[in-house]
Structure formats: structure tokens, C-alpha cells
Write a new protein. Structure first.
Lengths: 322, 322
């Protein structure tokens, strides 16, 4: 994945060069700060790779890639407020380092800057990018709202949960990739397949994220094992456990959700999930989405070399920390 | 101004017909609620009048007008959070009726809906609308940030204050009108003049708003006389008073800002402002901007009938409550 690092470095340099105004400093300094926190820059890399797959130089796809990355950062700034998150990549979040009002407003203006990145494209291409960007932005907001709704709801089905993660996180991957297809001027079928690929890789990735909370290798996992369990967070593991549990096991799940000893809570939840076969059941769903993604990729008419790059990226995403 | 009412009713009907999704209801119900709170719909009326002035039917300008109105409502929802405002048009604000997270997120998605309204325009026209919309949206955010900054600053010059109101409120009027020029396909000179007209009418209107706080006819004024004075809000009156005051009067201004008896505070501030000639000084600045606006309008090449309508609207805005 040496190549991915080169793309990430290229993007990092271009992000640094984004020309944000200096004044008002309380509006734009938080953006400079937040954009420097880094990240894997997976989403804009997808746009660059996809454009190349469809025959366009990555420089031509850069602005669209940056639109995706700026939009993603806008959603993070606002999500951090909503989640009352103190840290992002081990640094203070904008609403903590400045304040909530500044985080709202600098998020808003970052959203505008994301749109501005699209204005260098022409006519039909502009229109197609603009339409997909609007659709995706609405869906991401809907996903975030469903996520907040679900935290307060007792009855969330697995289908609803997967629809939530599709909207909240996966459509943006689809959008990032389809941007490359639009810029490359490929046919509708290819554009749809690359979108499907991105969307289902995204869903599989999020499911993996849920699974890793409890089943990751502690030495490789960057976070506390069982963090979601401790917080009684709704995840696919948790929903699947409820689905598979008999009456007695259901009571045990409720008891564990109220268990105050964190160590016991995680250990006993893990034990119960193993009994129920929760991990395998979730991995099956994950694999289904991953296979849908790979199948869509295989149907794309493009040079094998580029399709293999795309596959390598998907594999890279799916094996981290596990 | 019978004609304006017809435009407002036309817009009210079209706003009602905007097709917002039903789900997630916590995301879209707040928007349905907020858009029904009404308002004078001045901004979208400007777009319609401007398009007609430049020879296009108002139906053709409708989506651009709605983009302006939706954007305006998005800023109100977020501003209400930042200002901790409990009421908007005597109804609960979104962050009070629902909560802050929902107000942030439904504001965000309303912003997307505003952009979506532009996608029905084609090619160069789309691009020109999109560019101006982005520029305006950034400026409005900058103006709101400056407004928040100024409330905490001891040294705000009159020029800085007017630049703040230009960004926060007036560029959107300019944008609304120039949208009509773009849609009407008029020349650059006309587009610039109509923008200047809107921007300076906007500044004059905001200055009038500041003046009316203390100098309105109490029987016609909808709000408490001296509300800004009581709240020690920075307004043009207040900044002008500081500028004109000698050392002793300066001390009196500081004393009055700490006066706890509201009636005495307003009465004595009024008396001091009269001594200083604050009202006339502010009215001079207001008139300057109004004249700049009217001068720009006079230079537009368009049928006199339409220019007279535009003038009537400006006059209507400038005589309310005074």
C-alpha cells in the first residue's frame, strides 16, 4: 500500500494549500486547525483512484476529491458538537478549543468551501457532480439523525441499523468513487457499479468496526476493547445478540447493560455473545456486503491494473486491526 | 404595495409545496415547522421582481428565489442557536421546540435543499448562480462571526460595524437581486448595479433598524423601545455616541451602560444621544447608503415601470415603523 501513502501525501499537500481567508480569524482558524489534524484521507483518495481508473489524470479530479474531504470534515465538526466529543485524533475538538457557536459557524462555512471546490468543473459535468453531492449531503444528514434517533429507541431492526450506517457513512464513499467516474466521463453502468462498490465496502467496513469493538486483537486495537459495550451503544453486535437471544439470555443482556463493574460487563457480554454466535452472524452480514462490493467492481469495464488497485484498497480497509 | 402581497402569497404557496421527505421526521419536521412561520419573504420577492425587470417570467426565477429563502431560513435556525433565542415570530425556535442537535442538523440539511433549488438551471447560468451563491454564503457566515466577535470587543469602528452588517445581511439582498439579473440574462453592468442597489438598501435598512430601537413611534413599533440600549447591544447609535462624546459624556455613557433601572437607562441614554446629535449623524450615514442604492438603480437599463416597482419596494422597506 505504498502507493496509497503517496496519494495521501499528495492530498495532504493540496489540503494545506487550500486558500482560506485570514479574517474573521475565529471563523477560519478553526478550519485551518481541523484540516491539519490529518487522517487517512481515504475518501478523496477514492476519487483520485476512480478518476484514474476511468482514464483521467488525478490532478483533474483533485477539486472534486477536496470537495469530498472538506464535506467530510464539515460533518465531523458538527458531529463532534452533537456527540459532545472532547477529542478528535487526540486533539481538542473545535467546540472545545473554541466554543459551540464557532464550531457551528465554521462548520457551515466549510460546507460552502466544499461546494466551491466543484465550481471549476463545466456544464454537464458540474451538474452531475452537483446533483450527486446534494443527494449525498442530504443522506449523510439523514443518517446522522437516524443515529441520534436510534440511541433513544428501544426497537431498532438490523435492516434499519444497516440503512442508518449506509446513509451516515457509506453513501459518501459511493459518492467519492462516482465523482471519479463522472470526471472520467465513463458510462452509466460503470458509474453505478463503482458507486455500489463504494457503498457496500463502506457498510462492510462499518460492520467490521462494530465487530472489532469486542473482538479485536487488543495489542493492535487503538481503542479500549468493549468501549461500545460499556457505553451501551447500539451496534450490530448488540442488535444481533438481542435477535438471537432466548428469553433467559434476553434478561441476561438487560442485566449486563446495567452492570456497573466495567471489567465484568465486558467479559460476561463477550461470553454471552460467543454462546449466541453473534460474531459469526455479524461477519456473515459483513461478508455479504463485501461480496456485493467485489461483484460490482468485477463488472466495471476498466483496465485490470486499476481494478486491482481498488481491490487492494478495499482489502486494506477490511483487514486493519483485525 | 398590493402587488407585493400578491408576490408574497405566490411564494408562500410555492414554499408550502416544497417536497421535503417525511423521514427521518426529527430532521424534516423542524423544517416544515420553521418554513411555515412565515415572514415577509422580501428576499425571494427581490429575485422575482429582478428577473421580471430583466424580461423573464417570475416562474422561471422561482427556484432561485426559493434557494435564497431556504438559505435565509437555514441561517436563522443556526443563528437562533447561537443567539440562544427562545422565539422567532412569536413561536418557539427549533432548538427550543426540539433540541440543539436537531437544530444544527436540520439547518445543515436545509442548506443542502437551498443548493438543490439551483440545479434546475443550465450550464453557464447554473455556474454563475452557484458561484454567487457560494460567495454570498461565505460572506453571511463571516458577517455572523464578526457580529459575535464585536459583542465581545471594546473597539469596533463604525466602518467595521457597517462592513459587518453588509456581510451579515446586505449581501444576501444583493445576491437575491443579481440572481434575477443572471436569470434574465442581462449585461454585466446591469447585474452589478442591481447588486449594488440591493446591498446598499440592505445597509440603509439595517441602520434604520438600529435607529428605530430608540427613535421609533412607540405606537407603531412592534418591539420594546430601547431594547438594544437595555441589552447594551452594539449598534450604530451606540458606536456613533462613543465617537461624538467628549470625556465627560463618555463617562456618562459608561455609567448608563451599568444603570440597572431600565426606565432611567433608556430615558437618559435618549437624552444624551439627542445632545450628541446621534440620530442625525446616523441618519446621514443611512441616507448616504440609500442614495448610493438609488443611484445604482437609476443607471440600470430596464423599463421604467419595473425600476419604479423596485424603488417602491425600497421605499416600503425604509418607511416601516418610522
Amino acid at each position: 500500500m505504498q502507493e496509497l501513502i503517496a496519494y495521501a501525501e499528495y492530498l495532504e499537500e493540496k489540503i494545506e494549500q487550500i486558500d482560506l481567508p485570514n479574517s474573521p480569524s475565529n471563523l477560519y482558524d478553526p478550519l485551518r486547525y481541523f484540516l491539519k489534524l490529518g487522517g487517512k484521507r481515504i475518501r478523496p483518495i477514492l476519487t483520485l483512484l476512480s478518476a484514474e481508473m476511468f482514464g483521467k489524470d488525478k490532478d483533474y479530479a483533485l477539486d472534486a476529491a477536496l470537495a469530498i474531504e472538506l464535506f467530510h470534515n464539515f460533518t465531523l465538526i458538527h458531529d463532534d458538537i452533537m456527540d459532545q466529543a472532547p477529542l478528535r485524533r487526540n486533539k481538542e475538538t473545535v467546540h472545545v478549543k473554541w466554543n459551540t457557536n464557532i464550531a457551528i459557524l465554521s462548520g457551515d462555512v466549510l460546507f460552502v468551501k466544499a461546494y466551491e471546490m466543484l465550481t471549476n468543473y463545466q456544464n454537464d459535468q458540474l451538474k452531475e457532480l452537483f446533483n450527486l453531492f446534494n443527494k449525498t449531503a442530504s443522506e449523510v444528514c439523514e443518517g446522522q439523525q437516524l443515529d441520534m434517533d436510534f440511541e433513544k429507541s428501544e426497537n431498532v431492526s438490523i435492516d434499519e441499523y444497516i440503512e442508518m450506517i449506509r446513509l451516515k457513512t457509506s453513501v459518501l464513499l459511493g459518492c467519492a468513487l462516482k465523482f471519479g467516474g463522472i470526471i472520467g466521463g465513463t458510462n452509466e453502468s460503470n458509474k453505478n457499479h463503482i458507486y455500489t462498490f463504494g457503498q457496500h465496502v463502506g457498510i462492510a467496513f462499518q460492520i467490521q468496526d462494530d465487530i472489532l469493538d469486542l473482538f479485536a486483537d487488543p495489542d493492535k486495537f487503538g481503542k479500549q476493547i468493549g468501549g461500545d459495550v460499556i457505553a451501551n451503544k447500539k451496534t450490530l453486535l448488540n442488535l444481533k445478540a438481542k435477535e438471537l437471544a432466548n428469553e433467559e439470555q434476553h434478561k441476561e443482556l438487560i442485566r449486563l447493560s446495567n452492570e456497573e463493574n466495567v471489567k465484568i460487563k465486558v467479559e460476561q457480554t463477550l461470553k454471552l455473545y460467543l454462546e449466541l454466535g453473534v460474531r459469526e452472524a455479524c461477519e456473515n452480514i459483513m461478508r455479504e456486503h463485501y461480496n456485493t462490493a467485489i461483484n460490482a467492481l468485477s463488472q466495471i469495464q476498466a483496465p485490470e491494473k486499476h481494478k486491482n488497485n481498488m481491490l487492494a484498497l478495499a482489502d486494506y480497509l477490511m483487514v486493519r486491526n483485525s
